[in-house]
Design a protein around this ligand. Structure first.
Ligand code: DAH
Length: 354
């Protein structure tokens, strides 16, 4: 009886398959003839209850039938897939012109920062980093900028407020609540770094800084700076001059001279501003350097002992130089950009030129 039943299932299944016309019908067919609850499957599951003699005959027959129906099903499925694709449409015209993919690149300021980092790394400097949201302590106090210094004027600094409109504060070492600001210079990283390291040390700090001032072609509220610090037992101005000359000569790819002029910064003593020989006329005099042969580039000096003290060093134990200059300014010189506002504008027509 069982044998006949299996033969019947096979015949009926094959016949039904021939009338299948849609994918839905095919799926229904699969459920009915090969599914978990199909008659054939039930039969296979029941094999274990048969006598060994019956098993020997029915087992292979039921399995063969299943395989055969499965093959028939696969063949029809394959044909369905084949026909559902419009091969004419799928044909690829290998001679058609390609669509170019727009490639991005690093922002010109980032490119310059990488160049600067490379040059300083070769001279044995480490690259350090600090937060853009800074405390009053690191941005001003620790750098010996007294409370009545003009740089503290509300006009120059972006102070932060919390949502409930109070000055935001940070609990430094759980002893003092402090006001927060957007750092106005990269110099605070000097103290942050020295607190954690003991001389000799050499670091460069590229970073973004913020000034609360009105903008024009040469002023921007957000720009980039570069800080350099070298501290040891006997670091001198001569070391600074050599490092600066070497850096600028490598950066501009030609011999650059440095000139120091006396100046004042609270965090250095003595302090100076430094000029580099004009990169356009090599010091001969031209409109860019206003015929002087020199370009003003940054501030520098020997680290004020008060700054060392703020970082936890004993007064008089070490000496070192610090200098800072505008990465943005350097980019403008290198690429002959005449309006600083273009740099952070995010205008792709500008950025794509680099
Ligand atoms: N922090 C100064 C500024 O933003 C630049 C500067 C001057 C940095 C003298 C220094 C320095 O390290 O020694 O104007």
């Amino acid at each position: 009886m069982l044998q006949e039943r299996i033969v019947h299932i096979k015949e009926e299944g094959e016949k039904a398959l021939q009338t299948v016309k849609t994918a839905i019908e095919l799926a229904a067919w699969e459920v009915k003839y090969l599914g978990r609850k199909s008659e054939l499957n039930n039969l296979l599951k029941g094999l274990k209850d048969l006598t060994p003699e019956e098993k020997q005959i029915i087992g292979p027959q039921a399995n063969d039938t299943k395989q055969s129906l499965l093959r028939a099903f696969d063949a029809v499925k394959e044909a369905f897939l084949e026909n559902s694709v419009d091969w004419e449409k799928e044909r690829i015209d290998v001679t058609a012109p390609g669509v170019s993919v727009a490639r991005g690149h690093l922002h010109p300021i980032t490119q310059i920062e990488h160049e600067i980092e490379d040059i300083f790394s070769e001279m044995g400097f480490e690259i350090a980093d600090g937060p853009e949201v800074e405390t009053e302590h690191y941005n001003f106090d620790a750098l010996n900028v007294p409370a009545d210094h003009p740089a503290r004027d509300m006009q120059d600094t972006f102070w932060l407020k919390t949502i409930n409109n109070q000055q935001s504060t940070i609990d430094r070492k759980n002893t003092k609540q402090e006001r927060l600001l957007l750092r106005t210079q990269t110099s605070p990283v000097q103290v942050r770094y020295m607190e954690k390291h003991t001389p000799p040390l050499r670091i460069v700090v590229p970073g973004r800084v913020f000034r609360n001032e009105s903008t024009d072609a040469s002023h921007e509220h957000t720009f980039h700076q570069f800080e350099c610090l070298m501290v040891g037992d006997d670091v001198t101005v001569a070391n600074f001059k050599w490092v600066a000359e070497t850096f600028f000569s490598r950066f501009f790819g030609k011999k650059i001279d440095i000139r120091l002029r006396p100046s004042f910064f609270p965090f250095t003593e003595p302090s100076f501003e430094f000029d580099i020989s004009c990169t356009l006329c090599n010091g001969e005099g031209c409109p860019v350097c206003k015929q002087s042969g020199w370009l003003e580039l940054g501030g520098a000096g020997m680290v004020n002992q008060k700054v060392f003290e703020a970082a936890g060093y004993r007064q008089g134990k070490y000496q070192g130089f610090a200098w800072g200059f505008g990465t943005t300014r350097l980019a403008m010189m290198k690429y002959k950009i005449t309006d600083i506002r273009l740099i952070m504008s995010g205008d792709l027509r500008f950025i794509r030129q680099f």
